[in-house]
Design a protein around this ligand. Structure first.
Ligand code: FES
Ligand code: FES
Length: 169
């Protein structure tokens, strides 16, 4: 095989035309097939609300929703999100501050705030299927999201505040 053919074959096998929906916008991008979802969000689309920390699926900082399910965007390659619908933290506050974020503010549930977008996405995933979770269910839902600052008590209080707020409105 000539070097030219080898080079074009490598190009063909390492890039894909990605077509998906991100925050309800149709996205068509040529990207390396191994480009991660978090790279697409942060570097290609400037959606920097999604954070990156451990890069190996342990901290939850990069959490987003894919077809309504919570996923770590550092673990998903571009080819794995083909045709899917992704929602990020930017979608949560598209029109006004999301009530979960509001509860975080009211309860002082953040310090540096680096983990907060991932926490909010994890809670969105929980609360959309279980609007009144028990403490144990909240702890299980947040078990994939690490916070180095808060000790988690404020975060748990924020969920309780959100539930109270949503039941009284
Ligand atoms: S950066 Fe993805 S789970 Fe930590
Ligand atoms: S508020 Fe700093 S890591 Fe959670």
């Amino acid at each position: 095989m000539s070097i030219e053919n080898l080079s074009s074959q490598t190009k063909n096998t390492t890039t894909i035309l990605l077509n998906c929906f991100i925050n309800d916008n149709e996205i068509v991008l040529e990207v390396p097939a191994t480009y991660r979802l978090v790279d697409i969000l942060r570097k290609k689309l400037d959606l920097t609300g999604t954070k990156i920390s451990c890069e190996v699926g342990r901290c939850g900082a990069c959490s987003v929703l894919m077809n309504g399910n919570l996923v770590n965007s550092c673990l998903l390659m571009a080819y794995q999100i083909q045709g899917s619908s992704i929602n990020t933290i930017e979608y949560m506050s598209k029109e006004s501050m999301n009530p979960i974020q509001q509860a975080f503010l009211e309860e002082g549930a953040l310090q540096c705030g680096y983990c907060t977008p991932g926490m909010v996405m994890a809670l969105k995933s929980l609360l959309s299927t279980n609007p009144s979770p028990s403490l144990e269910e909240i702890e299980i839902a947040l078990s994939g999201n690490l916070c180095r600052c808060t000790g988690y008590n404020g975060i748990i209080r924020a969920v309780s505040r959100y539930i109270e707020n949503s039941q009284s409105s």
